[in-house]
Design a protein around this ligand. Structure first.
Ligand code: UN1
Length: 504
């Protein structure tokens, strides 16, 4: 890791907290790399007292930042994106080292950081509301959007850079200060990204606490962020269970929330599917990031006519998948993030067997260094068994059969989560039904492509137990601002709405 740090033109100290300066008074902790089990550099994490100080700084910086015109805020984000472009390779290496995703995907993740910065720069000249007809003469009514304050971004290990970047880039151009609590599995990614932002803000004579960082225990710090009234909005990406708890705390104080929780994404493959497209979509959907994306394909619902053919091709492809060191480009599947993820995968497989599922392939722990490598599993199930309804963050693909499309759609929707979905078909009626109001109940519904790998330009998020939040593109920026409806009377007299007369 120290060799990677040398590629940056500044020193990187691993004090996990930043708000104008780097500090951390908690314990020193060091993780291990899932790539080979080597111990990662020690990070000093924050205490709850540190957090209090960081929130104060970040919050007190807000009045300065909100007065910077939005397009000028966009220029800061533009400069940041340009800096990230320069360090794409070492940043990707840090991701791979810290959480184990293959380099090709880490490079993709850094690209996502760059893309959202570009998107936010354009957006910084577009955030605004409509002008609306007033029912009163010589009155003008319109909507405008104001910054919220400090936003707390609690992100997960699986996208240790991109998910923060979605929130940071949009949050910053909207005029908010941003406090980031990364996953405790990936503090180094967060320290380096924040360090780059510090340089940009300093160069522009802006208070560096605009983008602050806190590391440490997820439970303690997450709860504190959620209950702190000075944090106007909490954007949480992670499990449905934690999201439910944090959501209640934020809601209790009427804070704003963006929840990006579990997915249980399925692809329906109909008898009119191009089998090769189905195979490739499922392959990347289920195996990308070793099944550790919120959008990973976890279930495949296959028409009975092509079931045997597709399943046998899928199993053959799984047999051939190259598993190993994620720094080596020949390998498609890297390790899981840590040994507890391996355990969780094995537990789910034991459970599904008990519930009547049949493991067709995989699920073995491999002997590679670090103890985090597994073979991906294909499991045949009769439907949404209890364990199938849960999100296991691992490459387990549950396969089911259907006869009628309506039946497939109802199997598809019969899970608590509602993030992403896809249908593989060349029949326009089938695809239209799938994306209609009677089709997929997910926030993302794709045709002839993967459930994962969403572009930053679209709104990202899902329904039901996925939490309902939207981040990234389209009009997701509205979640980062407060709306104000204004009525201006230039009539020279007073007229009330709804025809109400004054009696004097
Ligand atoms: C996530 O897993 O939390 O759609 C984010 C994708 C990525 C983002 C996933 N662009 O797979």
């Amino acid at each position: 890791m120290n060799n990677i740090f040398k590629k940056f033109p500044f020193t990187i100290t691993l004090n996990g907290g930043f708000s104008g300066s780097w500090f951390a008074s908690g314990a020193k902790s060091s993780g291990y790399s899932p790539v080979d089990g080597r111990v990662l550099p020690e990070v000093t994490v924050n205490t709850s007292d540190d957090l209090g100080r960081i929130v104060t700084q970040c919050h007190e910086t807000f009045p300065v930042w909100r007065k910077v015109p939005a397009p000028a805020r966009g220029q800061i984000v533009r400069e940041y994106g340009e800096e990230i472009r320069k360090y794409k390779e070492p940043l990707a290496q840090i991701i791979t080292m810290e959480m184990g995703k293959p380099m090709r995907e880490s490079l993709g993740e850094v690209q996502e950081v760059i893309d959202i910065c570009d998107f936010a720069v354009g957006l910084s000249r577009q955030i605004g509301g409509p002008s609306l007809p007033s029912e009163r003469k010589s009155h003008r009514m319109f909507e405008q959007w104001h910054p919220l304050g400090t936003i707390g971004v609690i992100s997960a290990f699986n996208f240790p850079m991109a998910v923060w970047a979605w929130n940071m880039a949009i949050g910053m151009i909207c005029g908010n200060t941003v406090l980031w609590k990364p996953s405790s599995k990936t503090p180094i990614c967060a320290i380096v990204l924040t360090r780059i932002m510090e340089e940009i803000l300093r160069k522009n004579n802006l208070p560096t606490a605009i983008c602050s960082l806190v590391t440490g225990s997820g439970a303690a710090i997450g709860n504190m962020i959620s209950s702190d009234e000075r944090i106007s909005m909490v954007s949480y990406t992670g499990s449905t269970n934690i999201g439910r708890q944090l959501g209640k705390i934020v809601q209790e104080r009427f804070g704003k929330l963006i929840l990006e929780l579990g997915g249980n994404n399925a692809s329906i493959v109909t008898s009119n599917a191009d089998i090769d497209i189905a195979l490739r979509s499922i392959y990347f959907g289920a195996l990308g990031t070793a099944g550790q994306r919120c959008t990973s394909t976890r279930r495949v619902i296959i028409h009975e006519k092509i079931y045997d053919q597709l399943l046998s091709k899928l199993t053959d492809t799984y047999r051939k998948v190259k598993i190993g060191d994620p720094f080596e480009s020949k390998n498609f599947l890297g390790p899981l993030v840590d040994r507890s993820a391996v355990k969780a995968m094995q537990n789910a497989l034991v459970q599904v067997r008990k519930e009547g599922g049949k493991i067709l392939y995989g699920g073995e722990k491999l002997s590679e260094k670090g103890g985090c490598y597994i073979t991906p599993a294909i499991v045949v199930v009769s439907g949404n068994l209890p364990v199938v309804k849960e999100e296991t963050f691992a490459p387990i693909l549950y396969v089911m059969k259907f006869r009628e499309l309506d039946e497939a759609i109802s199997i598809h929707n019969d899970v608590p989560q509602g993030l992403s979905s896809s249908i593989i078909t060349n029949n326009i009626c089938e695809s239209e039904r799938f994306i209609s109001e009677c089709g997929s109940d997910c926030g993302i519904a794709n045709v002839n492509t993967t459930t994962n790998g969403a572009e930053i330009g679209g709104a990202f998020g899902g329904e039901k137990a996925t939490g309902g939040g939207r981040e990234s593109g389209s009009d997701s920026w509205k979640g980062y601002m407060r709306r104000q409806t204004c009525t201006i009377n230039y009539s020279g007299t007073i007229e009330l709405a709804q025809g109400i007369q004054l009696d004097f």
